[in-house]
Design a protein. Sequence first.
Length: 243
Amino acid sequence: MIELANLNPYNLELVDYKIIKLGNNLPPHSSSMFEYLIGSNGIFARAVRPGLEVIIPVELFTASIRGLEPIEPLVRLTPGRIPQQILIQMWKESCIAALAEPPLEITFHIHHVQEQWQLVIPEQTQSSGQCRATEYGLDSSYINATVEVHSHNRMAAFFSGADDADEGGFRIFAVLGKVTESSAEIICRVGVYRQFWHVPADWIFELPSFIVDVTVGGEKDDLISNFYSCSVAPSLLDDPIEL
């Protein structure tokens, strides 16, 4: 695990680039946003924040590059996965929002606080097709969230084009869907400044039996190895977004 306290933020590049030569270990993380790692098997993005360290694929090579080390993807949460109680609480609040008239979406933030996970329901705007925190300052719940979750009221769990536009920065993103049915749904991805990688939900959460991970098989067609970048600018629209 990278110790952020040992790094002077004033000496860091915003984005760094590192070639991992054969026989070398990964060098220390040394950027304030993220860094690209180039190995024999592809290009990866690495980012670190309190509670979360990731290495996600950006482009996998069809042929191995000689003289470089292969790089393994990584998602490491400290102090471990999000407890089941937090996920169940988000599901309960999502049910209440979905049963409103009209049905509403709701957003949640999970913070890393003193080596524990803490659920926050931020002040937000809500509608049937979107939900968005209203505070974005440096000390806001949004900025300090390691994991961001929102519901799709009675609809399926998926990442929409509106989600791609909204979900910038570096954190874990998840969507809860079909929350009023006997088997609710969840889908998860890592986001590193609009570079996304779908990951199994049980890498992130302790899953109760009634919440089904649709990242694996199901209607999402096995997106475990799906990764992509989004060039859409952040959406700060006040109008409802049609999904």
